[in-house]
Ligand binder design. Structure first.
Ligand code: NDP
Length: 324
């Protein structure tokens, strides 16, 4: 038996609880992993609170991320004892996930733990940090250099994007609705802090050119305004919807300033890009900075913390120690 955060459908509603699960009930997969740490992402919070139907079948073990050690393997690339990580790939959605002490999954979804990180640090990165790196890669693909805006900067994706971009020598402008944490953003390397309120009201189709690239975790009106103030030939990597699913924008930035809007998706990222993103995280993210943006909880605290995360009260990243 092992402990897991199990989501069941009760009275047609998803309900999560800490449960003891029989190992024999684990889904099929070529690799079994003793999970040491998981993490709490925005999507995990939606799933655990039942705010959105993230789980596609029930019962579902929650958790889109995991880090641990291979316990048994029929996969040629993973041997017993290897430290591994997994993010996305349908974990916690279509396939039992990482908020558990044990997982069994397809070995193709696993990535070797980069030498630069401990399992706990890898989960401080998790899907959020992986997505931040995908956004940075997307901006690099478009040749973007110069001033880069990061929205939702105090969130998980935003914090790590700020840290990576600053380490790469970019001038980072951090947009946040929590200016009380501005010092922490400066510690991560932000050169300028702007108030989220500057970006939340409907604006003109084209604004002053304020940055040449952006990582947007917010969507909605903010994304529209971010595009409107992106400089000629720049690019915006859009990965999130913390501020809304809509996109009330004009085509002006695209047809008059040759701005590119790049979509970023972390769950189905092809394996080669996945390995490249983790390689770059190992090279371009200072692991010591992770500690300053990480808090730790046990499995038993995940439900309460999920509610706080959706209320915007959580700063940075939350790692989950599955042993407690
Ligand atoms: P967090 O909750 O950690 O951070 C979200 C941040 O967005 C908050 O910290 C806050 O930043 C800002 N924010 C929250 N609500 C609003 C609002 N109403 N208006 C404007 N800003 C707001 O989440 P994550 O960083 O983990 O994820 C960020 C987004 O990215 C989410 O929408 C998530 O679903 C998405 N995501 C997408 C992925 C993909 O594959 N495309 C993968 C991972 C995440 P501040 O306090 O600084 O203002």
């Amino acid at each position: 038996m092992f402990n897991a955060l199990l989501i069941e459908r009760i009275d047609d509603q998803p309900q999560a609880r800490l449960a003891e699960v029989d190992e024999a009930d684990l889904p099929d997969g070529s690799v079994s992993v003793d999970v040491a740490y998981s993490s709490l992402n925005y999507k995990d919070a939606l799933a655990l609170t039942g705010t959105a139907p993230i789980a596609r079948s029930y019962p579902m073990v929650a958790g889109i991320d995991l880090a641990g050690v291979v316990a048994a393997s029929e996969h040629p690339e993973h041997a017993t004892g290897d430290p591994v990580i997994a993010t996305g790939c349908g974990l916690g959605e279509q396939h039992w996930g990482g908020l558990a002490q044990r997982a069994r999954l397809d070995g193709d979804w696993l990535v070797p733990l980069p030498d630069a990180f401990t399992p706990r640090q890898a989960m401080a990165i998790g899907t959020a940090g992986f997505t931040a790196m995908l956004c940075v890669l997307a901006l690099e693909d478009h040749g973007v250099e110069g001033e880069i805006l990061v929205t939702g900067a105090n969130g998980g994706v935003g914090s790590i994007a700020v840290a990576i971009l600053a380490k790469l020598g970019r001038h980072v402008i951090a947009a946040t609705g929590r200016p009380q944490h501005a010092d922490r953003l400066r510690d991560l390397g932000a050169a300028e802090i702007i108030d989220r309120a500057e970006l939340t009201e409907p604006g003109k189709p084209l604004g002053k050119q304020r940055w040449i690239g952006a990582v947007d975790t917010v969507g909605g009106q903010v994304l529209a305004n971010v595009c409107a103030s992106t400089g000629y030939g720049g690019a915006v990597a859009a990965c999130g919807n913390a501020g809304g699913m809509s996109f009330p924008a004009s085509v002006a930035p695209f047809i008059l300033r040759a701005v590119t809007l790049v979509g970023v998706e972390s769950v189905q990222t092809p394996r080669a890009r996945r390995l490249e993103a983790w390689r770059r995280l190992g090279a371009d993210l200072d692991p010591t900075l992770l500690d300053s943006l990480t808090s730790e909880i046990g499995l038993s605290e995940a439900l309460a913390t999920a509610r706080e995360l959706l209320d915007g009260q959580v700063r940075g990243r939350v790692v989950v120690d599955t042993s407690r």
